[in-house]
Unconditional design. Structure first.
Length: 76
């Protein structure tokens, strides 16, 4: 299940267009009718620090999405 606010690592396992993996924070999953096993996501491409660098809509196979590792900053 794709959740808003979650950051995923998007690779070729999601779509051939992602030869170079990206980190992507989901805003929403569209419920548009499309090919079986594929979906459209709106969100932000983020850098390694988790900062949004570009707003995007991507067409992917959710089965290939991997949760991104959460980086902690500061002490605790």
């Amino acid at each position: 299940m794709i959740r808003s606010g979650t950051t995923y690592r998007v690779t070729r396992a999601c779509s051939p267009q992602f030869e170079h993996p990206i980190l992507f924070r989901v805003i929403r999953e569209h419920k548009w009718s499309t090919y079986e096993g594929w979906t459209w996501l709106d969100g932000y491409q983020v850098n390694d620090a988790g900062e949004a660098v570009e707003r995007r809509s991507i067409f992917v196979m959710p089965v290939g999405l991997m949760l991104a590792e959460q980086r902690r900053t500061g002490g605790s």
